[in-house]
Design a protein around this ligand. Structure first.
Ligand SMILES: [Zn+2]
Length: 334
């Protein structure tokens, strides 16, 4: 089974993540980096986050594994531009999800040339002495355009986002702690405040606030995805408001019904002990109306009276009925 940083998931359903993540990555991978400095920075972000050193057919190989065709196409183009040697690409079925293809890019040829090694050096990637792991030195990114491009590369290599229709969660998973820390610093330079946890050996940098995620998408240039997410946020907000109103109305209705049940009970008992006919005119009227309209609110009952009576007037009469019943019951006991 092959795991790349980007392919690593924990508890979230893979289907949810794949759809929105794929949309964003397709958009980002198609962005035109007009400046050479930004193409370099994006490539650096991709490789520093996603490049791994693995044994393949008994040979140490520099590999990049991704579930996204658009990301592998972008890497292919970048590598050719820098080293003139394209990576070898092979696709294989994801062991967990049979339908998904995982792309494996092998940079053996490209980065073993002097030009390739020089390039890796320039973006702070060094093959360790024992050649069993990659080591990283600090990377200096001087202009904002390049920091944006670098973060875009990092997200393309390791990022995932849950469909915002469900909940808000964006994360990037790193194999190297230093690269995770560096990413946080770069994000903070844009006033973003990501959080960090260690999960199953990965350093995970994440954000859970809708606004933070929108701001980050803006920084890395995912403007279509940003608009889509804003639309979903507005719809969600509207839905919540409607739900709040409905819940409120339901609660009111329940209150009315509960009060009415009690009032009807009182009136029926009064009828038994003294007869509704024998009540004073005002009370007789309200008792009849209540029996005939058990679902009406007190102000609705008041409007049925001639002359019309306010809510508090109706309440007063209904309480009087209760009081009368109590007096009658007590009188009978004595
Ligand atoms: Zn730049």
């Amino acid at each position: 089974m092959i795991f790349s940083a980007g392919a690593y998931r924990n508890t979230k359903s893979l289907g949810d993540i794949m759809s929105f993540s794929s949309t964003i990555k397709d958009e980002l991978a198609r962005l035109q980096n007009d400046k050479q400095c930004c193409r370099w920075a994006e490539f650096a972000g991709l490789l520093r986050t996603g490049l791994t050193l693995r044994k393949l057919h008994n040979k140490k190989s520099l590999l990049f594994i991704t579930e996204h065709a658009s990301v592998s196409r972008l890497l292919y183009a970048h590598t050719k531009e820098i080293t003139y040697r394209a990576p070898e690409i092979s696709g294989e079925k994801n062991a967990r999800l049979k339908k998904h293809v995982v792309y494996r890019l092998n940079f053996r040829k490209g980065f073993e040339t002097d030009k390739g090694k020089q390039f890796l050096d320039s973006i702070g990637i060094h093959v360790g002495l024992a050649e069993d792991r990659l080591e990283y030195s600090n990377l200096v990114l001087s202009s904002q355009c390049c920091i944006r491009a670098y973060l875009r590369g990092v997200f393309l290599a390791s990022g995932s986002i849950i469909n915002p229709d469900k909940s808000y969660h964006l994360e990037m998973a790193f194999m190297d702690k230093g690269i995770a820390e560096e990413t946080i610093l770069l994000m903070e330079s844009f006033q973003l405040k990501p959080k960090r946890i260690t999960r199953k050996g990965y350093e995970v940098v994440y954000m859970k606030e809708g606004q933070d995620i929108v701001d980050f998408l803006n920084v890395i240039g995912a403007h279509n995805a940003l608009m889509e997410m804003e639309n979903i946020r507005i719809l969600k907000e509207m839905r919540n408001q409607v739900n709040r109103i409905v819940n409120c109305e339901t609660a009111n209705l329940e209150k009315i019904v509960n009060a009415s049940v009690k009032q009807v009970e009182t009136i029926k008992q009064l009828d038994e002990v003294m007869g509704i006919e024998n009540l004073p005119v005002g009370l007789k009227e309200i008792a009849r109306l209540r029996l005939e309209n058990p679902e009406a609110s007190m102000s609705e009952l008041g409007k049925m009276l001639r002359p019309v009576l306010g809510k508090s007037g109706v309440n007063h009469r209904l309480r009087k009925l209760e009081k009368l019943l109590k007096e009658r019951m007590n009188g009978e006991i004595q």
